[in-house]
Design a protein around this ligand. Sequence first.
Ligand code: FES
Ligand code: FES
Length: 942
Amino acid sequence: MAKRKMMLLINGAERMLICDQESDTLSDVLRRIGLTGTKVGCGTGQCGACSVILNGKVIRSCAKKMKNIDDGSAITTIEGIGSPTNLHPLQLAWIVYGGVQCGFCTPGFIVSAKGLLDTNNNPTRQEVRDWFQKHRNACRCTGYKPLVDAVMAAAKVIRGEMTMEELSFAIPEDGRIYNTRYPRPAALAKVTGTCDYGDDIGMKMPDALHLAVVMARVSHAKLLSIDTSEAEKMPGVEKVITHKDVKGINRITFPVANPWAKANGFDHSILVSDKIYRYGDIIAVVAARTKKEAREAAKKVTFAYEQLPEYLNILETMAIDAPQVNPEYPNIYIEAPIVKGQDTREVIKNSAHVVEGSFYSQRQPHLVIEPDTNQAYFDEEGRLTVQCKSLALGMTKGVMAAGIGFPVENIRIIENPTGASFGYSISPLMPAIVAVAAMATEKPVTVTLSYEEHQHITGKRAPAFSNGKLACDEKGKLTAIEYEIAYDKGAYTETAGILVQKGLRFMGAPYTIPNAMGLSKTVISNHTNSTAYRGFGSPQCYTCSEQLMDMLAEKIGMDPLEFRYINVYREGDESLNGNQFDVYPMVEILDKLRPSYQEALERAKKESTPELRRGVGIACGEYNVTSGPNDHAEVALGLNSDGTVTHYNTWEDQGQGADIGTLVHTHEALRPLGLRADQIRLCMNDTALAPITGPAAGSRSHYMAGNATINAAEQLMNAMRKEDGTYRTYDEMVSEGIPTKYLGISDTTGQTTDLDPNTGQGNPTAEYTFAVFMAEVEVEVATGKTKVHSMKCIADVGVVGNFLAVEGQALGGMEHGIGMALSEDYDDIQKHISLIGSGFPFINTIPDDMTVEFIETPRATGPHGSSGCAEAFQSSPHVAVINGIYNACGVRVKELPARPEKVKALLEANAEGIEIEQKKYFFGSDLYDKIDYIKANPVIVG
Ligand code: FES
Ligand code: FES
């Protein structure tokens, strides 16, 4: 291929480059010469992660072919804007305003913002938003508001109205950083483009083989044969790897921990050997010298298959006559009940008011900006080392060892700086794939999926169908709930045992409902497997129960907030699972919301027109903290010779702020030592160097790692303490033979009880978080298009460890909630392959008016009074939008997302007086029959 020599002025210096005219893009070239601050996310011009300034204009470098760039062009990348020791105001503002979560979008945003401020140093907030919209700068973590705040602050510095010092975070006089806005340590590298993510690391492994995957592009088929012969002859190819090269049992071993489970969790093949269960299953992997060679060769791998009927929807696989999709277990493989109080059939019959409805929430894609990326190699001690985005480093070792055929004790997992996952990276599939490839080639390997591959291969939020019935007495006090919820687990069972339990815990929360009967099910389909996603399992429940709450409030003529107010948990009340709480903040939360809610209702009334209907919706949410009974976490603290302390843990950082969480807990726990924050070092997320802290899931990390930190700190300080109350130095400890490093443990055994499998009663998690969301929406009657004007969240997650991180989770959660309500989906396999195709919300879809307020009720068992955070923020914000649509224009969207055409059709039906048929889904059996059967045949727990 023809090469071209070019001279470019990059970041102010002339650089000579040889590039491939036709195939190289500007991002390829910049990254090849080491400027890996320019990230590639979508790779197709949709996300702005690769933004650079070319001859004064912001462009997306992944979409700019080198043949279209003039010799002598001037290019500014993130590395040319500022450095760690000489930050640009934008970079400092990004750090200080919490603009960095995962940070993968950060260089692109900062470069883009620089392009704006170069031409207009006094923009309005809307001008900033329009700029990011125009340049397609996409952020999945922050809800965008902190990014606009950061640009406005940086512009002030540029105009000379504020100094860099004034912009910087000031440490309080008492030196305490817990419960402040102290910026996260990892932010500095992320705003300067010096942080290497997985693909950057892969590029910088000179001897690594590049992998390309061969995916099934059919959803259900028998695999008959694989032909790798043509691919093996392609240039640069070292090996084409198939199931025959897997040395273990070739299965992910992710046990389905539920007494009702009829599947064992060993159903997911690493490389397909006989049957394709979903589009995106991996048939083969090509290992070659370069990425291009690997991808070209992958096109030459062919395979023969016999097409089988594809069941892409669980309504088909739950039908009475549905054939069994996987011969190893029935289609409905977990059915878990909840039974509380009196028989709901009687209670509902005698209740003054009853509503019922059936609902569907979609297969929400996580839509991270960084596609999945993994590396594997044998380290200096012969350990099989995998670098990945995993949110569960310890677990990943365990669930892939037998499958790949390598001793678990010799597997080392390292989390790369991660461009977010929001849960999908609990799946060990891609780590297992690179491990198999490193074993088969005996060489280091690296792979970064294209965005399309990423969409097909990674799991999604489980779609769910639900039927619900809610009843109350004449005064509006809830009397009973009945429901069925069926989660579409897709092709594989991993995480099913945890998911099904969420269906027993969050339907009808956070309200006191004395009587309940329900079933939660997990069901197979041939769609992609579902997996963890922030709020795991709960948004599906709230889609049903928080709409039923509004429907019942309307039926009895009460305001939705006041109806909720009389029913939320009060001191001593029990959840549907019969558990009590150590805090009961919902009354205070709703009291706090009421004034803004009433103002919003007034505003909606005033501003509504026949064409643009305004409305207000609210929804409550609750989420658990910790991962079921017997949760366990370990961290270690070591005193260093220079008097600093190192914290060792595997608190995975998916962008949520494990670094700042670790730092503030450690600083607070060691306050008697008087250390400054910069005297605490972090050694995180390498299983060879740090103890297993457990998954960054279940909103557990801040709580579990925090308590373990306090435990380690107490041991360390006890060891250091002299009789006179002063502390030994490192040298004194060593000379007295006192250990300098201590393992801290946190364990919830005895604090919690698992759910009774026959009744769903119990309290499997140590703590809880609570929230309410309010959305102000506008529906355009002519098109059915919904705009969210504002969203407010009031939450109680205990004492806030770090406001930037916790607000960041809240704002991000609301962003995902708005996306879930209005547009996002991964259903159409041909269409939902990109950010735009999947309904990604860009900045002008997310309101600038987003607020978060806290009630900080200290938690008795929580570290420094904190609970967990993150997942309550994505429990029910989507329902606030859906309820807002109803309030605005009288249409209830029961099947998400509320795309304009759906809202329009409902509006038209309303206008014509057409009654919308009430669907009731069939879940393979009758609810009453099934519950009666379970009562007669209880499962015996051994
Ligand atoms: S726009 Fe270039 S990577 Fe997304
Ligand atoms: S911080 Fe923007 S995508 Fe993660």
